[in-house]
Design a protein around this ligand. Sequence first.
Ligand SMILES: NC(=O)C1=CN([C@@H]2O[C@H](COP(=O)(O)OP(=O)(O)OC[C@H]3O[C@@H](n4cnc5c(N)ncnc54)[C@H](O)[C@@H]3O)[C@@H](O)[C@H]2O)C=CC1
Ligand SMILES: O=C(O)C(=O)Cc1ccc(O)cc1
Length: 364
Amino acid sequence: MTMKVAIFGVGLIGGSLGLCLKGKPGITVVGHSHRPGSLNRMIERGVVDAATLSMEEAAADADFIFLCVPVGNLEEYLEKLYALPLKPGCIITDVGSTKASVMERARSLSASGVYFIGGHPMAGSERSGVDAASTLLFENAYYVLTPSPDVPEEAYLRLERLLAHTRAQIVRVDAVMHDRIVGAISHLPHIIAVALVNQVCDYNADNGLYRTLAAGGFRDITRIASSDPLIWRDILLSNQEVLLSLLRDWNEEIAGFIRLLEAQDGDGIKQAFEKANQFRGELPERRKGAITSLFDLHIDVPDHPGIIGQIATQLGVNQINLSNMQIIESREDVPGVLRLSFRQEAEMERAKDHLLTLGYTVYV
Ligand SMILES: NC(=O)C1=CN([C@@H]2O[C@H](COP(=O)(O)OP(=O)(O)OC[C@H]3O[C@@H](n4cnc5c(N)ncnc54)[C@H](O)[C@@H]3O)[C@@H](O)[C@H]2O)C=CC1
Ligand SMILES: O=C(O)C(=O)Cc1ccc(O)cc1
């Protein structure tokens, strides 16, 4: 028997779920969009079997409904869905980056025979839209589910089985706890990245050298400042209380650094770095989390024409998939450093071994 999966909001996350589910035995994927212009693109991109502007048509007879719209629109979509005739046993889930508010709304709407299970795949990127969707996005990432106590175990397990196609690791977390933790490890870092970029942007208004010289570390820690403004407006507003508390703690951390510098307290500065080094060293190894990392290789390359093309060709010939390539340092009198980024650790290891055998100096 065929299962129907309906996806509302076929962007980065909805599109990536579509890619994981479409074509799997016994599954049909229908995409819903509120914009006529995006229907063709979903089909061309191959993320859904069928696309429609009608909520009713998308939801009719669906076994699973995924809400993949911005957090600020989740409640409105839930209200509209609960007003439609849904298949008995239908599971509605969402992918929003905050969980407490949507869980609260779903509880107030509950309909008999329809189950809501909050969800949050903790992998993504600073990109958005269906063109950025990827089959591999969720692989090895954590995928949080926040079922309320009244959801039968049978329904939870049905969703878990379907999500096995994402190859993510499912974890069950309380919604309020989720928002607190994700606030600290994902939402606060996004605010810090944006504030830092804007601070430098203001300095740059008077002296363009700031932008010229900004590279390496600045780019690395501010990548997430390029995230979609509307998506992030909604996430931050929805986690307001948690974030206000985290920002107060952040002010304290920064005030601590001000005090250390004013007092010329070298030992204190060293200790702050040592504490951070220690905790960061204990983070799970190279696992995808809310802030996703790529697996990077650095290669010394002599600065002569064609060398970068040669490296890319060598990797291509050996069918090693490269995700990104960047020259970090390139001056006429010094060798350049080329950064190659891979989505998979195994690809990075293969590239490293291959480039070493070709005589390149390679660092992980
Ligand atoms: N971007 C990321 O890395 C992650 C995002 N999420 C969550 O996934 C959800 C979707 O985010 P993305 O896929 O990144 O965004 P996206 O912008 O790529 O996709 C959002 C989709 O919702 C549609 N949509 C439907 N109604 C809309 C409305 N009224 N206003 C605006 N768009 C509407 C858009 O057309 C688009 O297809 C959000 O709730 C976000 O918090 C979760 C994990 C990671
Ligand atoms: O690009 C990154 O590293 C991210 O942090 C992506 C991301 C954005 C929002 C989420 O709720 C989860 C993950």
